[in-house]
Design a protein around this ligand. Sequence first.
Ligand code: NAD
Length: 355
Amino acid sequence: MKILVTGGAGFIGSAVVRRAVESHGISVVNVDCLTYAANLANLDDVSGSDLYAFERADIRDAAEMARIFLVHQPDAVMHLAAESHVDRSIDGPGEFISTNIEGTYVLLQAARAYFETLSGARREGFRFHHVSTDEVYGSLGAVGKFTEETSYKPNSPYSASKAASDMLVRAWGETYRLPIVVSNCSNNYGPFQFPEKLIPVVILNALAERPIPIYGAGTNVRDWLFVDDHADALLTILTAGKLGETYNVGGNNEVSNIDLVRTLCVILDEQRPRSDGKYADLITHVTDRPGHDFRYAIDASKIERELNWAPSVTVEEGLAQTVRWYLDNEAWWRAIQSRGQVGERLGLRDKMIAE
Ligand code: NAD
């Protein structure tokens, strides 16, 4: 089996590529244009494998996408390439519209043209798996969970662009009979996460003895999914999911931001004690994100029931592994930090970028 993975040099994409190649012996063509969020070092473990190929290309480039399908003849597509940071989408929504919506459209058209050339078992088996987020569902109150039937109510430019891309994929399935499957998952964390997202920001600020920022009161609630569990779920959905279906993927780990950060501080206290005081002393409340969704919670019972998938770690176990990884892989994050402009506050709506 050969999968075309878009965004395979990013955080989740690289976890999928490593797992597909190393654990499943699946061939992968990684299509990635290498934005600031990409890091080919994430793929060091597999880049020498015969099962791995890399194409530096932009999913918005129709000619390149057509060429890549023709040359590599994949059996399936896993589409992860996207602009993925909510705060950046507040400062500059244009790239999110362009990559997440137009890029998905270009990729769908290329996949459709390629699918039309397939016959027999290869046509039967082909699928286009679109990887999306639970943020498309909007914000929950104190109770309830997102199911696959929850209506879409995206609140940020990021989640609106992902919602639009989900709709395009659905329409290509209905109108052109492209064999599609969609998954929407909760917040991921784990090794190789770019240090602009909450968990690596907390770990790296703590290690640098800098203030640990909490947006607003820190009462916003998220479900946290360990990235390797997500990669496992994605490969399960790709190979066993029913065509035309959506699967919600969650970690069964609902926690408020402030509790998550306090847990991380305790783990850091154990794994790399400060010379003076506790890491929690560095917690600092900062201005909240505009339109900050209050709560996300995933009902992942469908994937559990139908595909027999469940997360393998609790949030405490996953966070301990993650802290250990950042402590053991300082060269990885130092290289990113040396590019500059990493870790600065974004998304306060005060930088209106002309587009
Ligand atoms: P990421 O930002 O770490 O990686 C995105 C990758 O896509 C990068 O390697 C980047 O170079 C590539 N890319 C961006 N624009 C491209 C373009 N125009 N052409 C080709 N490649 C391009 O993102 P991530 O956190 O790994 O997320 C992957 C996917 O999963 C995204 O679609 C995101 O919406 C979705 N998702 C992420 C989370 C999360 O918590 N990180 C949660 C749910 C869903």
